[in-house]
Design a protein around this ligand. Structure first.
Ligand code: ADP
Ligand code: MG
Length: 597
């Protein structure tokens, strides 16, 4: 028999509540049946009246004293054992599924049982049920659950599920079942916070940062949105805390104005130096240009990337760069590290940057920015480990209409494209693949390219593996009309004149990816359109996607479709971590759990 500890660790359980939440998959019910219900398993006392051999089969007439009637049992696999057990006159407890045939009650392949009036939970694990039963019996009890902080009602529910007295308590009617599920959700969320609470480690900061930013904010050519203000306020509290280095993720849709928040943070840090890492050269360059444009001239800004440096990073107040930063051994002392589009870096790269500039046991302040919206509920769940801020609005009301189109709409689409180009706007067409493939029923870039180049001018082409991708995008931004691409353009480069995007084979993409692609157009508030090209216009996911433009709503939708078993490309960060808790809908529950833990 495996030791308890070994089982717990193999099963990846680290808390008592993990074990408590291992709810039986089913129950083996050995309580005597109160009624004979056709279609159900019954457990009854029976007296063997008569045994008849029919070819391979054995047919037995059984008298059931409690019900005062005779039923027929049929055994298909007969062994000598059966002859002893089912000898005429014997009285025994049996279990089997009751069926009806020509008006006669029958039991097929009944089993003799020795223990009655017992309900045995069946746990779905890779271990022996008896081992799990033993462990649960030893650890799951009133006192232990109380110690974990569960309420009376929660304790009773858990005990009932593991040690049921009557199955009807659990299985009876629907409303009751949903009560049980709700309690399990609460315990699950509570357990999550309780476990993470011990895991968050905070360090003192290298220094508290408190520079005033009001003149910077006043100098901007626009008013900050309320959410930008709120996030900046949260960051201010973080950075000025002398006891705890900041550890915050700021999540905001594409175009929600995160760059200004980054710049404001760099100003707040002065006279300390800060560093900002971006996932691509193009983005780093764009951030650099924005920094130069918006920050006061007195701030020295440097750009570090392969083959293109600007300013002297050893002497700069604000260093912007790509992962090339990770290979610099002459970075000055830095007190604030920021990472833009953080989801495009590995954890290692992000940690390396902060390690690179940290001093011994003091940590630099760390702010990360992400354009992958997550449902509010998940943000709350994550907040146990890291502070999370959400920016859910954009400074411009984006005016993007989304339509689902098919082959027959092609002439219409072409005329839309001509209209946009005529007013000096740009068009993006996203293909699923570069090369032709038998697996995918849509054109690839290679197949479609000729058509566009024949009918239009200034057609540019790029894709994920394209080494000249950045150059292509830069010249397209200046001179292009139409860009043919794969999903590569997901990277947050800004193409302000882009007003029309066509996504070919849209139903094949995850909602998060579709959202990123659609976010490319209308960045400065120009009226824009997104066409989802598909062979299946009835697609429900696409229909729902077309109705909303909020990344946070879409993240929720995405989860709902995922929960309903719809597995798609472009998977989200957290997997199926919770069995009862539903990220898409259980916001109230997570609030409660957070406060209790
Ligand atoms: P993202 O969150 O995707 O990084 P950006 O920071 O690039 O978004 O902002 C998108 C655009 O909105 C930029 O052109 C930026 O200058 C502009 N912007 C940011 N904040 C505001 C604001 N409060 N009012 C008007 N425009 C803004
Ligand atoms: Mg950005």
């Amino acid at each position: 028999m495996l030791k308890q500890k070994e089982i717990l660790s193999k099963i990846k359980f680290s808390s008592l509540l993990d074990l408590a939440l291992l709810i039986p998959a089913q129950y083996d019910d050995m309580t005597l049946s109160e009624a004979l219900i056709v279609g159900e398993e019954i457990v009854v006392l029976a007296r063997v009246e008569n045994v008849k051999k029919l070819g391979e089969k054995l047919q037995i007439n059984l008298f059931l004293p409690k019900f005062k009637r005779v039923i027929t049992a049929t055994l298909f696999k007969v062994t000598p054992y059966h002859y002893t057990v089912f000898s005429v006159g014997a009285e025994l407890f049996i279990k089997g599924k009751l069926t009806q045939f020509n008006g006669f009650l029958q039991l097929s392949q009944p089993k003799k049982i020795t223990t009655i009036d017992k309900i045995t939970p069946k746990y779905k694990t890779t271990f022996k049920n008896s081992d799990i039963l033993q462990m649960i019996g030893r650890l799951i009890n009133y006192e232990n659950l109380k110690k974990e902080g569960l309420s009376e009602e929660e304790i009773q529910t858990i005990l009932m599920l593991h040690f049921p007295k009557k199955l009807s308590d659990i299985l009876s009617h629907k409303a009751h079942r949903s009560d049980i599920v709700k309690i399990l959700k609460i315990i699950e969320a509570y357990n999550h916070f309780k476990k993470l609470k011990g895991k968050r480690v905070d360090f003192p900061p290298s220094t508290a940062l408190t520079n005033d930013i009001s003149s910077f904010v006043d100098s901007l050519p626009f008013r900050l949105t309320n959410e930008q203000r709120n996030v900046i306020k949260e960051i201010k509290l973080d950075l000025s805390n002398p006891l705890k280095a900041a550890k915050r993720v700021i999540i905001g849709d594409v175009g929600s104005g995160k760059t200004i928040v980054i710049l404001a943070s760099a100003v707040m840090a002065l006279p300390s130096k800060s560093i900002l890492m971006a996932p691509t050269s193009l983005l780093a360059l764009q951030l650099y240009e924005e920094a130069v444009k918006f920050l006061p001239k007195s701030i020295k800004i440097a750009l570090v990337m392969q083959g293109n440096n600007k300013g002297d990073h050893k002497d700069a107040d604000f260093i912007i760069g790509t992962h090339a930063l990770l290979y610099k051994d002459d970075l000055p002392q830095i007190d604030l590290v920021m990472v833009d589009e953080q989801h495009r870096f590995g954890t290692n790269q992000r940690n390396l940057l902060s390690k690179l500039v940290s001093q011994k046991d003091k940590k630099v302040h760390m702010l990360q920015f992400s354009a992958t919206p997550i449902p509010r509920t998940q943000a709350m769940m994550d907040s146990a480990l890291v502070d999370v801020s959400l920016i859910t609005t954009t400074p411009f009301d984006k005016d993007i209409s989304t339509s689902i189109i098919s082959k027959e709409d092609l002439p219409f689409l072409l005329s839309c494209i001509r209209d946009e180009i005529a007013v000096h706007h740009q068009v993006l067409i996203v293909y699923p693949l570069v090369e032709k493939s038998e697996q995918i029923p849509y054109s690839s870039i290679d197949e479609a390219r000729g058509f566009w180049e024949k009918n239009f001018e200034n057609v540019y082409v790029t894709h994920g593996k394209d080494k000249e991708k950045d150059e292509v995008l830069l010249s397209f931004r200046e001179k292009g009309d139409i860009l043919l691409a794969t999903t590569v353009v997901e990277v947050g480069i800004s193409l302000p004149r882009l007003t029309l995007v066509v996504i070919v084979g849209a139903e094949r993409l995850g909602l998060a990816t579709l959202h990123q692609l659609r976010g490319r157009v209308g960045r400065l508030g120009l009226k824009s359109r997104c066409y989802l090209y598909t062979h299946n216009k009835q697609n429900e996911r696409l229909a729902k996607f077309a109705k909303t433009t909020s990344g946070f709503d879409i993240a929720r939708l995405d989860l709902e479709f995922r929960n309903s078993g719809d597995i798609l490309e472009g998977s989200m960060q957290s997997g199926q971590k919770f069995r009862w808790f539903d990220m898409a809908n259980d916001e109230e529950i997570v609030k409660n759990a957070m406060m209790r833990a």
